[in-house]
Design a protein around this ligand. Sequence first.
Ligand code: ATP
Ligand code: MG
Length: 370
Amino acid sequence: MKAGAFDYIHKPVNVDELDLAIKKALKSLEMEKKIDGLLIEPSRNFRVGDIIGTGNEMREIFKTIGTVSKSRTTVLIQGESGTGKELIAKVIHNNTSSDEPFIAVNCSAIVETLLESELFGHEKGSFTGAVARKLGKFELARFGTVFLDEISEMSVNLQAKLLRVLQEMEFERVGGKDRVKVNARIMAATNKDLKLMVKEGKFRDDLYYRLNIVAINLPPLRSRRQDIPPLIDYLLSKINLDLHKKIIGVSGEMMEKFMSYAWPGNIRELENLLVRACVVAKGQVLGVGDFPELGKDSQPIGAQADQTTEVFKPEEPGKFLTLDQVEERYIRKIIKETDKNKGEICETLGISRPTFERKLEKYGISFERE
Ligand SMILES: Nc1ncnc2c1ncn2[C@@H]1O[C@H](COP(=O)(O)OP(=O)(O)OP(=O)(O)O)[C@@H](O)[C@H]1O
Ligand SMILES: [Mg+2]
């Protein structure tokens, strides 16, 4: 593994496991290429039908996808990780310009200087190592899409450059003078609260408004639980095809657990759990035993949702905590689980600085994050 193997498999070889390992290896190669920008995907195979969603919020999103697919406006897609941001971008792209390239650029995976030349390209000799002219993503995308993933991680310097591109729809290659026209459509995605970052001065407001021409905010899976059963059906049929399996569903008991789980990793987490369960499953119905990660002792299902109540659990069942105990535990929880400083915590708790200091002293909490 240290020498760079992707994975290892125990003997005797389980064909499904092998199949999965190979797929994973191919996928990670693909990701590498994607980062290098070598992979220009034909994204014909992403259709609205691949987006499972019922309920009002998703219905609105389908409407928006329909509208933006008729134009080439910039779209900002926000949502927690695994909620389907890239999927939505590909579907929009596919509806608008399926014959053109869809190029994803992960803004957090590449160092600033490299990212600049990745996006805008460079002229021969513009820096040591620039032995030939290289075209950037904005050029390579032609009339397709440049998908700026994790846009929140873009440096302030590049934010300024991107803003200019969006305003003028033209740019210069690094080290060059020629003006190059941008024909590509730009979409951006983030799992951060970009508006909050603007407020905190971490993201340019003018760029935010340029990107946020049309916003799509994907709801987390836990707020659209009615989608869990249809998603399971959809994902299982995909997995069955991939793994040559005939899994027909999950047991009633398992479904109940799924319905109450917090899904911090959203649909990606659901997909990963199902894939792993399908690989090892003996029967055609996935039961509690097929999801050891969600077993009783390791990580109780719904742990995330219950964390808050967990803190307030009295030592003995049937007893209750005093208000002081609740207050103390709550303060400790915030300190431990966030990286907020004193001022931010006061704001969250709705108390003044002196009050907060008094409480720290009262409960003997030493806390110095200024
Ligand atoms: N509504 C949906 N219906 C069906 N499959 C979905 C849906 N949303 C997401 N998926 C699937 O879940 C997986 C994760 O989606 P995607 O990569 O688009 O999420 P993301 O928001 O970009 O995640 P991250 O923030 O981790 O990059 C993909 O395999 C995708 O096809
Ligand atoms: Mg993504």
